[in-house]
Design a protein around this ligand. Structure first.
Ligand code: AGP
Length: 320
């Protein structure tokens, strides 16, 4: 495989965006990620030895299924099609050439949560396997990836144990009409997902931006009524992110941070933060998603909206 096209909707699309960072850096294979409702109505250029990956919790999403069928009709086509899905008997699973099941169990709530984190886990493995097959992974690096994955449940457990602190942060958002999520690098799609979770279940208008885009527009929105939620992992972009936080603080924006446990942020900038372990290394996007899911959950709970069945939304979007 020399290239991957990833197609999905909503949260599954965000998982695909995270995968792009992983696959391109580990395997050096170009990856494009697109929402299925756009892909199915255009004429994508398919290069040689390109695989299509469709990600869907339900495997019944109309646009994703239509994208798979459309892709299969195209010539010259894909070398293979892969479904990443949580439902073993789903149409997507049956119609794709290959399948990777996330095995998260039945997800009751309309908002995708454990489906998302398990999609990420599967996509990380895919990145590792592709890197190995392309001769870009030493045996030590492969072992390190395996060890990292084995430790993941424990790290996620630690993140969920921060629930009390996250619930306290949630009170800052309950009465707000809008908020902004910022992230950099592989944590930008995590910010997108955090914003989607919040708007879905609490009906607060939430937008996510790559933090480096602040000055290109969204900074104009920042004032004391605009909470800005950021994930500050311990990575190579931390210093860049810190200066973005200062830009927000200087405009009176209320910063709410999910921060790596050993990272120090200037307290004059950050009003509220919760420290989380495991926000470093390759799997940080999986861990960072948990506090944002919990934040959306507590905001919805305290606003009194229906956490499991948000208005106007269906678990599986089987019509266009
Ligand atoms: C996620 O919280 C949403 N309910 C929604 O965006 C969902 O991810 C999207 O409809 C795609 O669903 P799928 O993964 O079942 O294809």
């Amino acid at each position: 495989i020399q290239a991957l096209h990833i197609v999905a909707c909503g949260t599954s699309y965000h998982a695909g965006l995270v995968a792009k960072y992983w696959i391109e850096s580990l395997a050096q294979i170009p990856v494009s990620v697109e929402v299925a409702s756009e892909y199915r109505y255009r004429e994508p250029a398919i290069g040689p030895n390109t695989a299509l990956v469709c990600i869907s919790q339900s495997g019944e999403t109309a646009d994703t299924l239509a994208a798979l069928r459309y892709a299969k009709e195209r010539a010259p086509g894909y070398v293979t099609t892969i479904a990443i899905c949580n439902m073993p008997g789903a149409t997507l699973v049956r119609e794709a050439d290959l399948r990777l099941l996330t095995n998260a169990g039945v997800e009751v709530g309309v908002a995708s949560t454990k489906a998302f984190t398990t999609q990420l886990a599967v996509l990380y493995w895919l990145a590792v396997v592709l890197a190995k097959n392309h001769g870009r992974l030493s045996q030590e690096d492969e072992q390190a990836a395996v060890d990292r994955m084995h430790r993941l449940p424990q790290v996620v457990e630690q993140a969920t144990s921060q629930a009390e602190g996250i619930e306290k942060l949630s009170f800052d958002l309950v009465d707000k009409a809008h908020c902004l999520f910022l992230g950099r690098g592989v944590h930008f799609p995590v910010a997108l997902e955090g914003a989607l979770k919040l708007k879905e279940i609490s009906y607060i208008h939430a937008e996510a931006y790559p933090a480096g885009e602040l000055k290109h527009g969204p900074l104009a929105l920042v004032d004391e009524d605009m909470p800005v939620i950021t994930v500050a992992p311990d990575d190579h972009l931390l210093e860049k992110l810190k200066s973005n936080l200062q830009e927000v603080a200087a405009r009176g924006g209320e910063l709410i941070n999910v921060v790596a446990d050993h990272v120090h942020l200037d307290e004059t900038d950050v009003k509220h933060s919760v420290k989380v372990a495991g926000l470093e290394g390759a799997l940080s996007p999986i861990v960072a998603s948990i506090p944002l899911q919990l934040l959306a959950y507590y905001v919805a709970l305290h606003k009194g909206t229906d956490v499991d069945r948000p208005r106007n939304l269906a678990k599986s979007v089987t019509v266009e």
